[in-house]
Design a protein around this ligand. Structure first.
Ligand code: AMP
Ligand code: MG
Length: 654
């Protein structure tokens, strides 16, 4: 797209001036109120659904019971239908003797003989009570009489005993279920009891979903260089279904205005709502928001909302249908969907607002926040010494794992620029119930951890690992927020790992050793066949040789600085935070060498020159040693299976 014509719809309303005002950032509340005002009130269509497929739908109308339930007076126990007056004087020493009528009433049997005074009729649970009878006596409370057709009863019966009268459960004409009720399994049962086979439900809104971006590849296909998998397509479709819509994912489209406009027009014609993701920023190649004003009026209502994540959100209504462009980053897309789109979709589907479950927790670290934007921070909850503690899991709005690790989110209001450490916060849960983990590890992450935790997870334990670095882990352990802190800290003075960093209340549990080394692409003559010192000398001698460093504070960084001996070669300031990032940079040719651990190098197809072994151990909170999760972890760590699994993964058990 090289030019930016004034869209016809905007021109009709008075040109680009009016269009401009939509580009201003709105508060979350203002954006919501404009969006809702353009959509509601509206008439939703009703459809009749077979009972079997009504689950999850909202009733469009009140349902009135067409019959009585039960339809007749029904016996509640196995026994005898009697006249209670016949048993008025009966007792332990004065049995009443009744003569049996010549029929037995099973379920589904219509009685033919009346129960006259002095008689009784055998009846099964669920059988219709015969004419004349007003009570049932349990079979356990009777004895055979002197002749075969006689029974003895040694207790009185109150009128109506063990009888469910017609209509006592549901009375004909009564409102059985009110409009708006969500059909669950219990509601299905009530409808079936009344013989209702079709349910008037609000028609599920048909929602077309499109992902946009030249870089997107559908899951299942191979990634080409510089491409990423389409995450939003799957995530938005699932969230639409969760909120009463009928999702129709149309695929990932390139950022081409003509193709996209055709796809959007077609989608809008056959659906009730259109949700796109990506292309909403005003960057080059972002085209979807330019198309929206041409699709119908009033067009764009909000483009830019004071939310974090989610600022580029675009909300529009085109001829009565909502058209939404979610931000491209999956976490931003999800937050804006749940916060602003789901309520509208639920209303269109006739569903009640979602019930949010919240818990209170303290926040262990300071969380910075942008002034002027309502900020959502995903948090992971663990049990601290004084109640729940909420750790931010966010790695920025581009990170998808922060969702999987999080239990919920907290909100920092637009007027605050941070949340101080130690504050209390209300966390909105992603699921209705919170499951507190059986084992919590906070500190430095290592893929070996997953191998040790695997048997615990198979046994149904919930294991949570939070990667906050070794020092962050030690701080959490001292505050009693985790069971174990995985650490790999070199004490320069003593040359030993980890033990010198323990404080009272913490004890060292030996983990494993990880070989660190120089990684390079196979066949690179500057490195192949050389020792580490020779390799670094060769790298420093070649001005075209580009390194990739590590972040300040990482154990690996200390090693790199020692190797370089004060040199600052090209690439020194490229300082990613993980072994995987170093390996990816070298494998993809964005750098020629770096330092990483052996298993990561192997997985990336790189060659490896060993440098030194790093000790990866655990600071155990002594007070938590007896917890079942901790005991299970220590046992797993000590097992021969763990040693084998670690070895397979390229580690050496300590
Ligand atoms: P955009 O809003 O198109 O500028 O995209 C912002 C970021 O989100 C870019 O890094 C995109 O690659 C990424 N992104 C956009 N759409 C998707 C998607 N469907 N799945 C995963 N990432 C996406
Ligand atoms: Mg894009």
């Amino acid at each position: 797209m090289t030019h930016d014509p004034v869209p016809p719809a905007a021109a009709a309303r008075g040109g680009s001036h009016e269009q401009e005002q939509f580009l201003a950032i709105l508060s979350r509340e203002e954006a919501v109120s404009r969006f809702e005002a353009a959509l509601f009130p509206r008439r939703e269509e009703t459809v009749l659904r077979p009972l079997a497929s009504a689950l999850g739908a909202a009733l469009a109308e009140d349902v009135v019971a067409p019959v009585d339930v039960p339809p007749f007076d029904r016996a509640n126990v196995d026994g005898f239908a009697v006249r209670s007056a016949d048993l008025a004087g009966a007792g332990e020493s004065v049995p009443a003797t009744l003569t049996l009528n010549g029929e037995t009433i099973a379920c589904g049997t219509q009685p033919l003989l009346p129960v006259r005074p002095g008689t009784a009729t055998p009846i099964a649970t669920g059988g219709p009570v015969p004419r004349g009878a007003d009570a049932i006596v349990m079979v356990e409370h009777t004895q055979p009489g002197e002749a075969a057709e006689l029974i003895e009863i040694r207790r009185a019966a109150s009128p109506g005993q063990f009888v469910s009268h017609a209509g006592s459960d549901i009375a004909r004409g009564e409102v059985l279920l009110r409009a708006g009720t969500l059909i669950g399994s219990r509601e299905t049962g009530m409808l079936a009891a009344c013989g209702i086979s079709t349910v008037p439900g609000v028609r599920r809104p048909r929602v077309a979903i499109l992902s946009t971006g030249d870089e997107l590849v559908p899951p299942g296909e191979a990634l080409r260089p510089a491409a990423i998998y389409d995450v939003n397509g799957a995530i938005v479709a699932a969230a639409v279904a969760e909120n009463g819509g009928e999702p129709n994912f149309l695929g990932a489209f390139p950022d081409d205005e003509t193709t996209l406009e055709t796809a959007m027009r077609d989608a809008l014609a056959s659906h009730d709502m259109l949700i796109l993701s990506g292309g909403t920023s005003k960057g080059a190649g972002d085209v979807s928001h330019r198309i929206v004003p041409r699709l119908g009026s009033p067009g764009i209502l909000a483009h830019g909302v004071a939310l974090k994540p989610g600022k580029p959100l675009c909300l529009a209504v085109c001829d009565g249908k909502p058209v939404v462009i979610l931000p491209g980053f999956p976490t931003s897309a999800m937050f804006t969907f749940h916060d602003m789109i789901a309520p509208v979709l639920r209303r269109m589907a006739g569903l009640p607002p979602r019930l949010d479950h919240t818990v209170e927790a303290s926040v262990p670290v300071r969380i910075a926040s942008e002034l002027g934007r309502t900020e959502f921070v995903m948090t992971s909850l663990v049990e601290g010494a004084e109640g729940l503690v909420a750790y931010p899991t966010g790695k920025g709005s581009g990170a998808i794992t922060s969702f999987a690790q999080a239990d919920g989110f907290l909100r920092i209001e637009a007027l605050a620029d941070h949340l101080p450490a130690g504050s209390r916060a209300r966390v909105t849960l992603f699921t209705p119930t919170l499951r507190v983990p059986d084992l919590v590890l906070i500190g430095s992450h290592c893929v070996g951890l997953d191998r040790i935790a695997a048997p615990l997870v198979r046994r149904g334990m919930l294991v949570r690992t939070l990667a906050v670095g070794s020092l962050g882990g030690l701080a959490a352990a001292r505050r009693g927020e985790c069971d174990l802190a995985p650490i790999h800290l070199l004490d320069e003075a003593s040359g030993t790992y980890n033990a010198p960093f323990l404080t009272p209340g913490l004890e060292l549990v030996r983990g494993w050793r990880r070989m660190q080394g120089i990684v390079h692409r196979p066949g690179d003559q500057r490195f192949e066949g050389r020792s580490a010192e020779e390799a670094v000398t060769a790298a420093l001698a070649d001005p075209d040789c580009l390194m990739v460093n590590r972040n300040q504070g990482a154990g690996t960084r200390i090693l790199i600085d020692r190797l370089l001996g004060g040199a600052r070669p090209d690439g020194y300031f490229n300082q990613p935070k993980s072994h995987n990032a170093v390996a990816a940079a070298v494998a993809q040719g964005r750098a020629d060498w770096g330092v990483a651990i052996a298993p990561v190098a192997t997985a990336a197809g790189l060659d490896f020159i060993p440098l030194t072994e790093e000790h990866y151990d655990f600071a155990l909170v002594t007070a938590r040693r007896e917890r079942p999760g901790v005991a299970a972890f220590l046992e797993a760590l000590a097992s021969p299976e763990a040693a084998r699994a670690l070895e397979d993964a390229g580690f050496a058990k300590a």
